[in-house]
Every structure is written in C-alpha cells, then in structure tokens.
Ligand binder design. Sequence first.
Ligand code: FUL
Length: 599
Amino acid sequence: MKKIVFLVLLILAIFSSCISKNKKFFVKELTFPENITPEQKIKLSAYLTPTDQQYAWQQLELTAFIHFGMNTFTGREWGDGKEDPTLFNPTDFNAEQWVLSLQEASFKMIILTAKHHDGFCLWPTATTKHSVQSSIWKDGNGDIVREVKNVCDKYGMKFGVYLSPWDRNAESYGNSPRYNAMFVEQLKELLTNYGEVHEVWFDGANGEGPNGKRQVYDWTRFYHVIDSLQPKAVKAIMGNDVRWVGNESGLGRETEWSVTPLNPDINETIATENKRLDINPMANDLGSRTLLADAKTLYWYPSEVDVSIRPGWFYHPEQDHQVKTLQQLVDIYYQSVGMNSVLLLNIPPDKRGLLHEVDVARLKEFGVYIKNTFKRNKLTNGNIAWTAQNGDFKEFTASGDTINTVMLQEDIKKGQRVEVFKIEGFINNDWVKLAEGTTIGYKRLLKFNDCAPQKIRVTVIETREKANILAIGAYRAPAIAESSSELNLSDVTKDKWSVKTNSPLIVDLGETVSVKGFTYKPATEKESVFAYTFSVSDDGKSWNELKKGEFSNIKNNPIPQFVKFDNDVNTKFFRFETISGTDSGKPSVVIEQIGILIK
Ligand code: FUL
C-alpha cells in the first residue's frame, strides 16, 4: 500500500513539476495519471501540443479537395463499383489548369481522390483491373495521380491522397484479411511511387446497410504503412492526426478545441471510450472543462472543414449554376480558417478533366478577396508575442482606419489555452465592445460592424494556463454585393396537386405533364430518405417504376437531390416510396419535399 501511495505521489510530483517549470509538453497524446483533480486535468491539458506534421498542416490553412473519377462520367455521387472502366475518358485533362487556378487562390495542398467508394483507381495499380489502365484514356497508359503530382511538384504545391477504405468493386471487400492486404498494397503503391505525400485521407463513409458486407479494417497496419513510408504525412478523418469537423457544409464551431478526448473509432478501446464519453466528430462539445474532467486520455486532434464549392462532391453539369457565391465562400473561410480549422475546399473537375470556368472564376474572386482583406495589418504592434493570465489585457495601436475584422492567434506549439476573451475598440474617447469569443487556437477571426477605433484592447478573460498570444491583427473585409442563389426545386407549381396517400406518397398532378425528373428536399429535423423508388401512372392504379435509387451521401451532405430520367415521360400521377432511411427508420415524405422537373 505504502508503495502505491509513494508511486502516486511521485507521478503527481513529476506532473506538477512539468507544470511549474512550464517546460514539459506532451506531444499529440496525454494520458492522465489516476486520482488527479479536474482542475489539475485542465492545467495539464494546456501542455498538449501538435506534432511537427500537425503544426505544418495547420499552417497551410487552405487546402483543396479534388473529387475526380468514375462518378464524374456517370453523374453519380457514390458509384456502385459495377461501372464500365471505359467510361472514364477525360477529353482535355490538364492538371496544370487545376494547380495554377488553385495556387492563384492561395491553396497550398491538393488532395486527390485516388480511389473513391466505387473502387476505380486513378493510377495503374497492380491490385485491380478496375483502374485507368482499363480505360480508353491514353489507351490505358495514363496515370492521373502521376500527372497531378508532377504538376504539384513543378509549382511547389503539396499533395495528398484520398483512398476510400470502403470499396464497392473489390471482390475481397468484406473478407477482412484479404481486403486489408489489398488496401495495404494500394497504400504502398501510392506512398512509394509518387514522391512526397503530405496528407492521407481515409473517409469514414460506408453505406453497406444492415445486410451489406462487413469489413474489419486493420487501421494499426494502415497507420504503420503511412508513418514508415511518408513520415511527413498527416492521417485524416479515420486517421488520428486530423479530425473531421462533423459536417460537410463548411461550418466550424464557435468553440473549437484541438485538445480533445476524441479519437477515431479505430479499435475497441477507443470506440468504448468515445461511447462512455458520448462523443463523436459531430458532437457539439469536444473539449469543455466538464468533458475533460471525465476523460482519461486527451489528444491533439485538430479540425478540418471539408466542403464542396458545388452541392455535390463530384462534377455534375446541372450544378453549374449552383457554384457557391463569393459571399458563401468568404463566410466559409471565416467559419473554418477563422475558427481554428483548416479549410479543405472541393473543386471537382468536369468530364473534360478541367476545373469548370465558373469555378475557376469564383476561385479567382475568392483568392483576390482574401488577399486584399488580409494584406495589411492595421495594428502597428500586433505581431508582438504576449503572455496573459486571467483578466490581463493589452492595448494595440490602430491607424484610425475603418476595420470590421480582428484576427487572433495562439502559439499552439505551447498548447491551446484561451477559453474566453473580448475585443474592445477605443472610439470617440470610449471603450466599446467589438466582439467576444471563447477559443482561439491556431487562428480566430471575428467580424463586427465597420468602425474606426484609435486603439484595440484585447482581454484574456479566462485561460487554462498562461496564454501565449502570437499575433493580433485588424482588417477591413470589403462588403460583397449580394448575388441571389435561390434554387428552383420544382418547375411546376403545386396548386393543382392532390395527395392520394401519404405513405407511400401518391400525388395526382391534376393534369398530364411531361416529366424529366424530380427533386427531393431532405427534412432538417428528422431522418432522410436513403433508398427510394419513383413511379408514374396515368390512372393512379397501374404503375411504371422509373427509378429505383439511393441518395448516396445525403446523411453527411443533406442538400436537395436532383434526379433526372433517361427519357421524358407523360404522367398524371407519381408515387414516391421510401425503401430505407439514413438511419434505421423508414421516413415518410410530404408533398413540400418533392418537386417535378420538366425542363
Ligand atoms: C464523404 C463521402 O461519402 C463523399 O462522397 C465525399 O468523398 C466526402 C468528402 O466524404 O463521406
């Protein structure tokens, strides 16, 4: 017993000396000694820091996703793996156009979907025939990964790969050891033959459903392959270096901790602990004091905001008019880079193998806007490092110019610490509150109404340990002329429609209409439809099933779905039937959620 007490005291002494000397940091992971108080846990959490790879990744701020592959040619979001490889045939593939457009807009890395869920590989792999080798593009002698990587190297753009663990083509998928061996080979090819790779993206999606194939992934082995072949790469999403922010809409959290007890569910122990703490990437709270008090281990696991410039992740011509507006992109920038995250913006190339003109123009506008806004710090002494205790404040000299944005950075190499802060401006001889916030982390941007203060005062109200503020900036983001992006979800009005039955939804259109397709708008508060059938009828009795399909990625990306038929059909009735929902239910659909397309 005495021995145990002694040991506990010793461990505590070591930990408290770490704190008092303010020297010892814990890189990436920290397991609390037993029997320490919640207060001690909070203090220790302030000494958790990123690895060099995580730090380098965070500094990139803007990274680009490129979803390109079989879906580009079939018009789908999730292919089923049965696609004919000869469909893959970009007519004007040009990786220079991708890299140069992205670089001009300040993007520092490109992550390419080397393999999406349909299993089609963009490089000639020895592991499957389902690859560019079986396509007619360059007579099967092409290699998209090589061409993109070469251009990245040429222009100093970093490169990452998305390799989907879920594979709907691999015959071995579901036979865990065999598929894992194949997956390891794919990883090895990508991480050995193409030079330096800086991010490996393992998607968590798997739409197999209750009767689908069950694959137990060997994450430890996958991690080992990456760490040994590409030591500079961070492992994202199902990887434990970079965390999915929890949505695909470009929304960061106001309170975003890179220090969290959450880690991806890669083994039983972690999954059980996540369950015990009731946390997952979508949870609102991933780092509060209450959560930390309950936790046993903390990780440096920073957030990445992945979002597409278009509604879908892959290019679809019918979405050309739905490219996000400059205002939307700028809002996303403030909500991601400005909320302690890296922005991973997807710009999907079209069937030509080019970024579409509309996207290129938007990227350009975005790049110019961000550069102009942050070109000059209007505080004269904003780049001075400052350490602050609870309640400390510091004044910064402003030029008296108009501002509407303040930027704060913590030195995260010494941990993430600030919990509450406020910003005031000295205007007309008075201190006026401009903004307040919770976490800062690597970077925090706060927006407020235009004003022209002589000075700015920053107060660190609460911090877990002495805060290390690295930089403070004040800027003016120019106003953006609003462009309307109202989406038309039905070409015919619903005035004449009458509902015959609710489940399935049977509607009498009131007249015969020549229908080209339909739309489905997911409900915000409840489960969405995943698999469905859509049928038409002249009399509401005998039915012709026009479409049996799935809204592939609707759970993570709940956007309106557009479904087009192969041919136009004249009909007076339609029937929309739910086969399954995104969770375990069978959600019904109301008339407001369905639109009819006739153009
Ligand atoms: C999701 C996938 O299912 C989507 O297709 C896309 O790749 C996105 C980035 O991740 O989970």
